[in-house]
Write a protein that binds this ligand. Structure first.
Ligand code: FES
Ligand code: FE2
Length: 391
């Protein structure tokens, strides 16, 4: 019996009910070490999942290997600046092709028998394929044996993949969110987002299932007790729920821009003056957490490593070239520091929820019908995908 078959269908259906009657997802989907592979194929593969950041490949001719839920992949930026994602496996005997991130001159080379691939995945060189000194064979068509590409897209600096190639286009997938955020950044504000090359990234190694990180990100109910500092100016009642389609999260009406020495960071030109204290925190299901404020944004890609371990990769971005000058370094540092405090405060609760899910005294839990709506929206989304995958 697979770990998926061990999850009672009735428990998934219970998570899919309206919030007043719903139970949370059952313990097995957080606890079973083998369930992650089921989730990869049933929840992640048929939609768009985040695997990394385009800005981590800073120049044309650059590669970065990543592991995505057990699968070896590689992100490659070719000479024309195009980002692509491939299975990081040689077409010859299945060796891992690329082990280290870094710049590449020319092509990439498999370390085993030295086959070479262009950065668009095309197989280019097959040394001694036809015997010593004979590098090609008529019957062997290089064009059939390139690295296997995965459908990918880049947005908000996040590299997204659709593993099974069957999802709607990424543009269609993300359109409801860009429509919502039109009010803040217009259509081309995203082009102004800038990253620091040598800072502005954080990684948290958290002992929880990836879904608990999403669930916690979706709600503001925990603010008074987990984030007392944040809650002193941004209280529960200053927040509102966000949930639609493949997205859920929260917004605040009272975000304070980081002010240092009487100045603040440059803001998005289209961001309305009366909304500078508004900010939104939205999960792009399944695993990309976004934050947008008038003067900076951040993206967190959740990397599910095991059922009870998630790496949270954060990149923070500011608005326009001027924001990246030395004059604004104190503002950038203060902004990042304030987020580091908030994210560190969340670690204890997501790890505590993971620990609680081994208890037979807990069977999915219940929801506040008023304050847990986005969390329930996500539980329902996962439950519905799992249910659909069984049919
Ligand atoms: S396995 Fe890659 S060249 Fe042989
Ligand atoms: Fe939190």
């Amino acid at each position: 019996m697979s770990s998926f078959e061990r999850i009672p269908m009735a428990d998934l259906q219970a998570a899919s009910q309206p919030i007043e009657e719903a139970r949370g997802l059952p313990n097995g989907v957080y606890n079973d070490p083998t369930f992650l592979a089921e989730e990869r194929d049933r929840v992640f593969a048929n939609t768009w999942a985040g695997i990394g950041f385009a800005g981590d490949l800073p120049q044309p001719g650059y590669v970065k290997p990543v592991t995505f839920m057990g699968l070896p992949l590689v992100i490659m930026r070719d000479k024309e600046d195009q980002i692509r994602v491939f299975h990081n496996v040689c077409s010859h005997r299945g060796m891992i092709v690329i082990n280290d991130a870094g710049p590449v001159t020319g092509s990439v080379r498999c370390p085993y028998h030295s086959w070479t691939y262009e950065l668009n995945g095309n197989l280019k060189g097959t040394p001694h394929l036809g015997g010593v000194g004979v590098h090609s064979v008529d019957s062997f068509k290089c064009e059939k044996h390139g690295m296997k590409e995965i459908r990918s897209a880049v947005w908000f600096d996040v590299v997204f993949i659709n593993l099974d190639g069957q999802a709607p286009t990424f543009a269609d997938y993300i359109a409801p969110l860009t429509a919502r955020w039109q009010q803040f950044v217009g259509t081309d504000g995203y082009d102004l987002m800038r990253r620091e090359a040598d800072s502005g990234s954080v990684m948290l190694d958290v002992a929880c299932n990836w879904k608990l990180a999403v669930e916690n990100y979706c709600e503001s109910y925990h603010l008074p007790w987990v984030h007392p500092g944040l809650n002193s100016y941004s209280r529960i009642q200053d927040h509102y729920h966000i949930m639609f389609g493949d997205f859920a999260g929260q917004g605040t009406m009272v975000y304070n821009l980081s002010e240092t020495a009487g100045t603040s960071l440059p803001t998005f030109p289209d961001w309305p003056a009366e909304k500078t204290k508004e900010a939104e925190y939205i999960t792009v299901f399944p695993n990309v957490l976004l934050g947008i404020q008038a003067d900076h944004t951040f993206a967190i890609v959740l990397e599910p490593v095991a059922n009870n371990r998630t790496l949270e990769h954060l990149r923070i971005m500011y608005v326009g070239d001027e924001a990246m000058t030395d004059a604004y370094k104190p503002h950038r540092d203060a902004t990042l520091e304030s987020w580091k405090i908030v994210f560190a405060e969340d670690v204890g609760v997501v790890e505590g929820m993971q620990a609680g899910r081994v208890s037979p005294g807990f069977t999915g839990g219940v929801f506040s019908p008023v304050l847990d709506n986005p969390t329930h929206h996500f539980n329902k989304w996962v439950a519905d995908k799992l249910i659909a995958s069984a049919q």
